[in-house]
Design a protein around this ligand. Structure first.
Ligand SMILES: NC(=O)c1ccc[n+]([C@@H]2O[C@H](COP(=O)([O-])OP(=O)(O)OC[C@H]3O[C@@H](n4cnc5c(N)ncnc54)[C@H](O)[C@@H]3O)[C@@H](O)[C@H]2O)c1
Length: 335
């Protein structure tokens, strides 16, 4: 079967192109000084392919993993840019997963009050989720994404060929975010996931559909004042698990667990079947008190009640406003 893999979206370009790295300069304006931010796991050939198309580029590599989404790494990159005389007409290009994207987007949004930012997401999670919508952030004080900004990239290039080097667990991690999108918004995408052969790595129709849905939602509610909250399905408890699990679980794995607390019996069974298919966790020993403490911090952000996304039936959702005590009961009941 053939799929149309080139898609142009309105506000800024999101291009989905197989072996697209070699065409980066057709999509991004690279005729200037470029800071490429990447991490040590990203194959050198991806970086070279992009760097070779710039007028001038400098590469800044971070250590892989969430710990690099820190104020210290942010400061180091800022120092590097100042020492290398980056100006407002230069640009930042992220080549990496969600960590590289969130961090370098935040760098771009604050350096000299904002310089152009382009994103080349290389993990499945970043391709279908974090690179779209303009949320940038670093973690601070043990709290995920507590410092950040909404800052739209000038362009996003999704080259599915780079998924060939992504470890299997990371592929599944990205699938968890696709399950989240499907469970709340699209029965069809959910069926695609159920029917997909588990062996294929570049699951093009699934990626296309997930990107489209994420883009529609993010564009309608750029600053998460309403509709976009649907993307938080699984995140209320998921984020708290992630903050308390000492790096044992990946972001998508935590979201996978988080979804199970806020689904009807019927929806939950279907989600569990998919989680099993994609080797994602369906249970995890959590420290309930710690989790509640972390969720209570969210309460400070939103007021007395916490809004959660609940899936009664696959492909749709409702928003519930719960007290911390109601969340306590849900956590104590277990997922
Ligand atoms: N901004 C948003 O809207 C948003 C949405 C969801 C998640 N996030 C954030 O995204 C982050 C998680 O992103 P992630 O799962 O991509 O993690 P990640 O950036 O740590 O990448 C996962 C791992 O895969 C490696 N990797 C990436 N691409 C590769 C490739 N093509 N070949 C080989 N190795 C590769 C990375 O080096 C890393 O070790 C979290 O910090 C989360 O908070 C942000």
């Amino acid at each position: 079967m053939k799929y149309n893999i080139r898609k142009k979206f309105e506000k800024y370009d999101i291009k989905i192109i197989k072996r697209g790295l070699k065409r980066t300069s057709e999509i991004f304006n690279l005729k200037r000084k470029i800071l490429i931010v990447t991490d040590e796991n990203i194959p050198e050939r991806y970086i070279k392919e992009v760097a070779d198309q710039t007028k001038e580029s400098l590469v800044y590599k971070i250590e892989p993993g969430e710990k690099s989404k820190s104020i210290e790494v942010y400061k180091d990159i800022m120092n590097f840019m100042i020492e290398n005389d980056f100006t407002r007409s230069d640009a930042v290009v992220a080549i990496g997963g969600g960590v590289v994207g969130d961090l370098s987007g935040f760098v771009a949004s604050t350096y000299m009050r904002g310089i152009d930012f382009y994103n080349i997401p290389t993990s499945l999670l970043a391709q279908v989720d974090s690179s779209i919508g303009g949320k940038t952030a670093i973690d601070f004080h043990g709290i995920k994404n507590i410092i950040g900004s909404f800052y739209q990239p000038k362009g996003v290039l999704i080259d599915v060929s780079v998924l060939k080097t992504l470890p299997e667990r990371e592929i599944n991690n990205g699938i968890a975010e696709i399950i989240k999108i499907a469970a709340t918004q699209s029965k069809d995408l959910f069926s695609l996931l159920e029917n997909e052969e588990r062996t294929k790595r570049t699951i093009m129709p699934i990626i296309l559909e997930a990107v489209k849905l994420k883009k529609i939602i993010a564009e309608q509610d750029e600053k998460e004042s309403g509709l976009r909250r649907v993307l938080n399905f699984g995140h209320t408890i998921g984020h708290a698990i992630e903050e308390s699990c000492e790096g044992k679980l990946l972001h998508g794995e935590c979201v996978a667990l988080g979804m199970l607390y806020f689904s009807s019996k019927e929806a939950r069974e279907k989600i569990i079947n998919l989680l099993k298919k994609y080797d994602l966790p369906c249970s995890y020993e959590i420290n309930k008190e710690k989790i509640l403490e972390l969720i209570a911090h969210d309460k400070k952000k939103y007021g007395e009640r916490i809004n959660v996304i609940y899936v009664e039936e696959i492909g749709s959702y409702i928003e519930k406003s719960l007290t911390i005590n109601e969340i306590r009961e849900i956590i104590e009941k277990g997922n």
